[in-house]
Design a protein around this ligand. Structure first.
Ligand SMILES: [Mg+2]
Length: 372
């Protein structure tokens, strides 16, 4: 592929449903979009870094600068020459960490590359399922708030809910949802809020273990793999790790320590589609369950995540929902919920394109980097 230019576009969106977790509330949704023009195609990528560095270390302003000051200049340093996809991707090795910034550039490169040969991401990955089960996140809240929010999700057709929890806002809420919706697939996500050294926390986790949950996600601090290993041996409910597993090396540690029963894989969080694929393969080989996770993406990032989520090892329901859970209008034609599922895009590249007018009307800045 021969790259002509890269554009880094900053948007400021507002979520239709703000999401409250144990680390903060996400209401505004800054988005950094990467557009790559080659001689033969245009590719789009989305950076999922949030407004503040409270979910992981990355945040939108920082990721935007990493792209503008390091990743894009490194990609364009060779000039407008013909290169393989792998050669283009290797230019990102100049930056340590910063997986969300890298995943945006990777997505745009993959999208452009696949569009040049009219192939789909699903074809490239071998994602054979035509649709995946959708899921909805319910914010941390009072008993009435979580019941009301769950009711809305169920009425919209969701069969699977992930409830955000924290110490003091957990067992009673789960029991209330269970009493009203005994058959709902329900999991909880603590975003690392519990501590095994606190007796009340351990008691709450034991009580949650009796609630018929599909999984307890990231109960303890992300770095604390030994404590997760101890907790996994104490509980029957599968422990699923999200923030803990940022690299393949950490996944190897999780497997060696038996620190979890499953992984919530978010392509944006782990550094892109290729690493998400490798994590899926390694997790499946080790007998771990996989769940596909979202990062409150627009239709661009969500399309890629849905396609990754259609790989065969994703056996636990994910938390990707239809466009109506996030934005109106979405940046792309809306993802609709059909019988509780989302269709896997089959078009070339990531399978969707943003609606240019919607994208430009939400744009707050743009920088264009030509390949010379
Ligand atoms: Mg999570």
């Amino acid at each position: 592929m021969r790259i002509r230019l890269v554009e880094v576009i900053r948007l400021d969106l507002v979520l239709l449903h703000s999401l409250r977790t144990s680390v903060g509330t996400h209401a505004r949704r800054p988005v950094v979009i990467v557009r790559i023009e080659t001689d033969a195609a245009t590719g789009w990528g989305e950076c999922s870094a949030l407004l503040e560095p409270n979910y992981t270390e990355e945040y939108a302003d920082g990721a935007e600068r990493i792209l503008q000051e390091f990743l894009v200049p490194s990609l364009l340093a060779a000039g407008a020459i013909e290169r393989t996809l792998d050669a283009c991707l290797a230019t990102m090795d100049c930056v340590r960490g910063n997986p969300m910034a890298k995943s945006a550039l990777e997505m745009a490169l993959l999208d452009a590359h696949l569009r040049e040969s009219n192939r789909s991401l699903a074809e490239m990955l071998g994602s054979s399922r035509r649709a995946i089960d959708a899921g909805a996140n319910v914010s941390l809240g009072s008993r009435d708030e979580v019941l009301q929010a769950t009711e809305l999700c169920v009425a919209a057709g969701y069969r699977r809910v992930k409830l955000k929890i924290a110490p003091g806002s957990d067992v009673a809420n789960v029991e209330a949802i269970r009493a009203t919706y005994p058959d709902l697939l329900l999991c909880v996500d603590a975003n690392g809020a519990y501590d095994l050294e606190r007796g009340d926390d351990l008691a709450a986790l034991h009580a949650l273990d009796r609630c018929g949950l599909t999984a307890i996600e990231q109960p303890l601090a992300p770095e604390d793999l030994l404590a997760h290993a101890r907790l996994s041996s104490l509980l029957e409910t599968p422990i699923m790790l999200d923030e803990s597993v940022a690299t393949l090396g950490t996944l190897d540690l999780v497997i060696a320590l038996s620190a979890a029963d499953g992984l919530c894989i978010k392509p944006a969080r782990v550094g892109g589609i290729r690493i998400a694929r490798a994590m899926h393969d390694r997790a499946v080989a080790a007998g771990l369950h996989c769940s596909i996770g979202g990062m409150l993406e627009t239709g661009i990032g969500r399309s890629a995540a849905v396609t990754v989520g259609a790989l065969p090892g994703f056996d636990l329901p994910g938390d990707l929902g239809g466009s109506a859970r996030y934005f109106s209008p979405d940046l792309t034609p809306a993802h609709e919920l059909i019988d509780g599922q989302l269709l896997v895009p089959t078009g070339a590249g990531i399978g969707v394109m943003p609606v240019e007018e919607t994208l430009r009307s939400a744009q707050t800045s743009s920088s264009v980097f030509p390949a010379l």
